[in-house]
Design a protein around this ligand. Structure first.
Ligand SMILES: O=P(O)(O)OC[C@H]1O[C@H](OP(=O)(O)OP(=O)(O)O)[C@H](O)[C@@H]1O
Ligand code: HPA
Length: 186
């Protein structure tokens, strides 16, 4: 096995389990109830933020039994690193969002710069409403907007780098079915 693969396996072996599959599944069940109450009659667009949002969206959206559209965008500011920098738009939404109820779906609200930029973009596109739906919120005082919170979120993480369930470590381990705290020097 290459040293790179050994290193990645070691990262997973050393990581600390934060939220297991059972906990994530029950968070998804609660979210699907809230979203059904709020959006069943609104013809919403769920705008999935690539890459991190796709596993969360792929597991949650099939639980919603009402008409909705799915689109995606790709904005990145970590680029496989454990610290964020300048936000780069890679793909903009394709759907005409004017007068639509938009729910932005992402894996994590960390400092919030990514979600904030996408919210502003949806407003610029004249969406009727814009809400945010994230799998986990990181608890710290460095938010892009003071006290920023997602509109829909059922899990939190302490101020540590986490991976799994869509979130990457150096572009790997998005495929974990649970969420782990990285337990290595960054
Ligand atoms: O709240 P913030 O501090 O802005 O960080 C959150 C964003 O960072 C990650 O994306 P990343 O930039 O790693 O891109 P990726 O999803 O393509 O890996 C994550 O998927 C969120 O979109
Ligand atoms: O803790 C994190 N893990 C993975 N991706 C991230 N993007 C922002 N914060 C994180």
């Amino acid at each position: 096995m290459s040293t790179q693969l050994q290193r990645l396996n070691q990262v997973k072996a050393d990581a600390i389990l934060l939220h297991d599959k059972v906990k994530i599944d029950s968070a998804l069940a609660r979210l699907s109830e809230f979203l059904t109450q709020d959006y069943a009659d609104k013809d919403p667009v769920f705008l999935v933020v690539m890459n991190g949002g796709f596993i969360f969206a792929g597991n949650l959206l099939p639980k919603l039994n009402f008409p909705l559209q799915i689109d995606y965008c790709h904005a990145t500011r970590y680029r496989g690193d454990t610290q964020g920098s300048q936000l780069e738009w890679k793909v903009e939404p394709h759907t005409n969002l004017a007068n639509r109820h938009v729910v932005i779906v992402d894996d994590i609200l960390d400092e919030g710069h990514t979600l904030n930029a996408i919210i502003q973009d949806c407003i610029k596109r004249q969406a009727a409403s814009v809400k945010t739906l994230v799998l986990v919120e990181k608890i710290h005082e460095r938010k892009a907007v003071h006290n920023m919170k997602a509109d829909y979120c059922e899990l939190t993480t302490p101020d540590e780098y986490v991976f799994g369930y869509g979130m990457d470590y150096n572009h790997y381990w998005r495929n974990c079915e649970a969420i782990y705290i990285l337990n290595q020097p960054c």
